[in-house]
Design a protein around this ligand. Sequence first.
Ligand SMILES: Nc1ncnc2c1ncn2[C@@H]1O[C@H](COP(=O)(O)OP(=O)(O)OP(=O)(O)O)[C@@H](O)[C@H]1O
Ligand SMILES: [Mg+2]
Length: 244
Amino acid sequence: MSVLITLEKVSKTFLTDEIETRAINEISLAIEQGEYVALSGQSGCGKSTLLSLLGLLDSPSTGQYTLAGKVVSTLTRNQRAEIRSKEIGFVFQSFNLISDLTVLENVMLPLTYQSGLTKKVIEDKANAVLEKVQMGHRKNHFPSQLSGGQQQRVAVARALVNDPKIILADEPTGNLDSTNAEAVLQLFEQLHREGATICMVTHDAASAQRASRRLEMFDGRLIKDSANQQQTTNNVQAIDVAVG
Ligand SMILES: Nc1ncnc2c1ncn2[C@@H]1O[C@H](COP(=O)(O)OP(=O)(O)OP(=O)(O)O)[C@@H](O)[C@H]1O
Ligand SMILES: [Mg+2]
């Protein structure tokens, strides 16, 4: 396993009307390729802010972010946009599909910003990911003609179409009933089995349990990491074994 993401003492401060909010407070974190990370914590603790930093929608106020071996915390907005379009797939709670584009066109969209791809190649890729999320049969529909669960599966296809290094999902099941939420969670599990790296924000403990690693935030800080707990347990076991 190789490390995909490294945050070193990353902080993010917002200044609005002279009120300073430290949304992210010195978070250090490494995420390996192929991990499925669930991020939880109470409202306002900084989950979405952390996701937007990871997804290069924004840059840290201080600290260093390394993505796939490249320091990305000091890039300009345009440089970030370029990497984002190639390396990051986003899934949002509210689907964010474009209403006057068809399903197929929505999924093709991220690739149309990349130069050097023919329309045929883009369409083939979009069709392939739509099949993967079992939405190929709805490719000529418009978002309003789909159920919420179907819209979210299309949104997942759109996130996958550029073959991203990491999929970032902010409460992807938050607007779905339990059946559709289950379908999205199963899709994430399938992607994880196939090797995708995923970081999903969720309020739901049962959903978080299904990830391979659980992080918990409080007030801008990372307060729990199941990977470290595992380590602690292993250490305890090792000590037990050593002591006999
Ligand atoms: N663009 C911004 N400008 C000013 N303050 C912001 C901005 N974005 C977030 N914040 C503040 O940063 C803190 C963290 O917000 P964030 O949206 O990351 O929380 P969250 O954990 O995603 O919450 P929720 O579970 O409600 O979605 C909040 O206090 C919020 O008001
Ligand atoms: Mg949020």
